[in-house]
Design a protein around this ligand. Structure first.
Ligand SMILES: *[C@@H]1O[C@H](CO)[C@@H](O)[C@H](O)[C@H]1NC(C)=O
Ligand SMILES: *[C@@H]1O[C@H](CO)[C@@H](O)[C@H](O)[C@H]1NC(C)=O
Ligand SMILES: *[C@@H]1O[C@H](CO)[C@@H](O)[C@H](O)[C@H]1NC(C)=O
Ligand SMILES: [Cu+2]
Length: 234
């Protein structure tokens, strides 16, 4: 038999569980905190998303990325010579002040996709990551609007449009960090990684997803609800 207080507790908790995070739905794992901080360890597992840098002009495509903890963002670079740098929201076109920001290094391409990619693994999906391209030739790409954001804050004036407008007001050149790539991995996808003689995976493209948070919402909701019941019954 189910007591009325148990039912009351469950139903009073439901709005909490369903209301807060449309973009990254929390999957209850049996602790109270899991409803507040999505762990990204749902059954779908980490996803991989691709961002094109300079493929469609001086822009990132897409320029707004939603990712969970553990997800990988793979940047693919197109002509002629772009880079990805992390900025602070209030200071676009300059590397973030803490010196710990993401930097891909410049990755040139003569034609088509460059032979290197830059992969960032999301460690904190509650933290917005503001990005720009530091190339200044023939004009500052950042000032021209070549900016992007990973996990923009919700219900905030700090939107990508606001960041882009701040960037447009920067006078002079964008700044690239000194030193090599940080905050991610530069890899050469074309490099042979399987022993010769083994079946070639040619033709298959790397696993990709566009986020899929919306489509898996119902399934995750069910898992979350079951987890909630399990937690309350213990
Ligand atoms: C559940 O999630 C919380 C918050 O992220 C985490 O601290 C805790 O270790 C997780 N517990 C299990 C059993 O996964
Ligand atoms: C990779 O691309 C760069 C720039 O286009 C080029 O200089 C380099 O030779 C390429 N490397 C290989 C292994 O194709
Ligand atoms: C800005 O960058 C361009 C291209 O790299 C360079 O030619 C120019 O001298 C720079 N301007 C200043 C003021 O540093
Ligand atoms: Cu650029």
């Amino acid at each position: 038999m189910v007591s009325t207080s148990f039912v009351a507790v469950v139903f009073s908790a439901l709005p909490l569980a369903f209301a807060s995070y449309p973009a990254a739905y929390p999957v209850a794992n049996g602790t109270a905190t899991s409803a507040v901080y999505p762990t990204g360890t749902g059954s779908a597992g980490p996803s991989k998303q691709t961002v094109s840098v300079g493929k469609d002009g001086l822009v990132f495509t897409p320029d707004t990325i939603h990712a969970k903890k553990g997800d990988e963002i793979v940047f693919e670079f197109f002509p002629k010579n772009h880079a990805v740098v992390e900025a602070d929201f209030n200071n676009p076109c300059n590397p973030s002040a803490d010196g710990k920001g993401i930097f891909s290094g410049f990755i040139p391409s003569a034609a088509g996709r460059a032979n290197k990619t830059f992969t960032v693994t999301i460690e904190d999906d509650q933290k917005p990551i503001w990005l720009y391209c530091p190339q200044n030739n023939p004009k500052p790409h950042c000032v021209a609007g070549m900016v992007a954001v990973i996990n923009p804050p919700q219900y905030s004036h700090n939107t990508l449009n606001a960041f882009r407008m701040k960037a447009a007001l920067v006078t002079g050149n964008a700044t690239a960090p000194s030193g090599g790539p940080t905050g991610g991995q530069v890899t050469t996808p074309g490099a042979p990684s399987t022993p010769s003689g083994s079946p070639s995976p040619s033709g298959s493209s790397p696993e990709e997803s566009t986020g899929g948070a919306g489509s898996s919402l119902a399934a995750n909701g069910l898992v979350g609800l079951v987890g909630l019941f399990a937690a309350l019954m213990l």
